[in-house]
Design a protein around this ligand. Sequence first.
Ligand code: ADP
Ligand code: MG
Length: 143
Amino acid sequence: MKIIETYNTGETFELGRQIGQQAKAGEVYTLIGDLGVGKTVLTQGVAAGLGIEEPVNSPTFTIVQIYEEGRLPFYHFDVYRIGDVEEMDEIGYEDYFYGDGVCLIEWAGLIEEILPETYRRITIEKDLDKGFDYRRITIEELP
Ligand code: ADP
Ligand code: MG
């Protein structure tokens, strides 16, 4: 387990960039944390680290956004609005989870039952005692 503390948006982006640079084909990352904590900021860093130049935002009307211009395919899920895990079946999530790209899943706690056996969990938390822009980011390799 690794804990990284960031004190501004840029540091979280930079952490994501390093993760994207080191990511390997087939890896799945989950992102846990409240609304506005910085999941998308970190995701944008991962995309940059993979060499993706087009803008990355949270997919609003689709569960997954696919980027193929980088070093590896990048599958960005945001399952915040998912009603039922069956919606994941409908988009054929297994092709992504068990494919040759890098998956990153915002709000992965909502689809816990279908997560692969092995994945990396990134948890982002605020601690207002340490300032409004402080974030504690925990990276765990599961299991
Ligand atoms: P989420 O995807 O978790 O809902 P976003 O990444 O969209 O959150 O938004 C995070 C917000 O918090 C941004 O406005 C960002 O500028 C701000 N912010 C402030 N400090 C940090 C930090 N240390 N790391 C990441 N984001 C931060
Ligand atoms: Mg988001």
